[in-house]
Design a protein around this ligand. Structure first.
Ligand SMILES: C[S@@+](CC[C@H](N)C(=O)[O-])C[C@H]1O[C@@H](n2cnc3c(N)ncnc32)[C@H](O)[C@@H]1O
Length: 239
């Protein structure tokens, strides 16, 4: 089926967001996020550029908002451990099914798992050196996105940074993801929502231009190949 990707499909619903979603399919999806993220999300580059330099100055606190299966947090924890650096990492998700699965598959990484919304952490006065998200922005309406940006800004101190990473909506991204996941739908991604939800995610995603027009001043949007976006707020850009 062909879709018009010139506008954001904000009404399309991901199957994993359905409270009645098949639990076995959902859990397989959390498990397979690890493969998808290793291939497309560039956690190594994020670690080298943004996390490691700060962790080298001393112990830091990191928050992942919308952590899903928690694999990005565990990858970061493993890299910090390899480099003998210290951080307290919290994987936050609003969906208790995600947190239950992630905590149950942690394998001793030291990541903390919490089911809550970012606004609850703001109300508690929590502060982090790095707040990030991966593949969260496309789940949100423009209003929810504005609230997330406000919360994440409040959750980092003067010297903290916020990095929200996601897919950039484009016909090329849709065609490439469709072809690759079609080839793997009977094997690697069988019994999961990876193919169907991934295609919906791309249709729901923002373009760099849309993100730049929504984000308040102080935020910057970066585009990276193959079809990635990064909305960030660096230290020292004012409160
Ligand atoms: C597509 S998953 C991405 C998971 C993970 N970050 C990854 O990259 O694999 C998006 C997750 O965001 C969570 N989520 C959606 N809206 C949220 C919100 N307002 N606050 C916290 N988590 C949220 C969903 O429950 C879901 O687990």
């Amino acid at each position: 089926m062909s879709h018009d990707l010139s506008t954001r499909a904000s009404d399309a619903r991901e199957l994993m967001d359905d409270p009645d979603a098949d639990i076995a399919m959902l859990e397989r999806t959390y498990e397979r996020f690890r493969v998808v993220n290793a291939l497309v999300s560039g956690p190594g580059e994020f670690y080298r550029r943004d996390i490691r330099p700060r962790a080298r100055r001393g112990p830091i606190r990191i928050l992942d908002i919308g952590a899903g299966g928690g694999d990005v947090c565990r990858m970061i924890a493993a890299k910090l451990q390899r480099d003998r650096l210290t951080a307290e990492i919290t994987a936050l998700d609003a969906d208790e099914r995600a947190i239950r699965w992630a905590a149950g598959h942690d394998g001793g990484s030291g990541v903390r798992y919490r089911c809550a919304l970012s606004e609850e952490l703001v109300a508690e006065g929590q502060q982090y050196d790095i707040v990030f998200s991966n593949h969260l922005l496309h789940h949100l309406t423009e209003q929810e996105l504005q609230s997330l940006l406000l919360d994440s800004r409040r959750l980092v101190g003067e010297d903290g940074i916020v990095v929200h990473r996601d897919i950039a909506r484009s016909r090329a991204a849709y065609a490439l993801y469709s072809a690759v996941t079609w080839l793997l739908s009977g094997t690697l991604f069988r019994g999961s929502f990876i193919r169907e939800d991934g295609l919906i995610s791309i249709r729901r995603s923002y373009t760099s231009k849309e993100l730049a027009s929504i984000a308040p001043s102080g935020w910057t949007v970066r585009f990276a190949l193959p079809s990635r976006l990064e909305l960030r707020r660096d230290a020292g850009t004012g409160r």
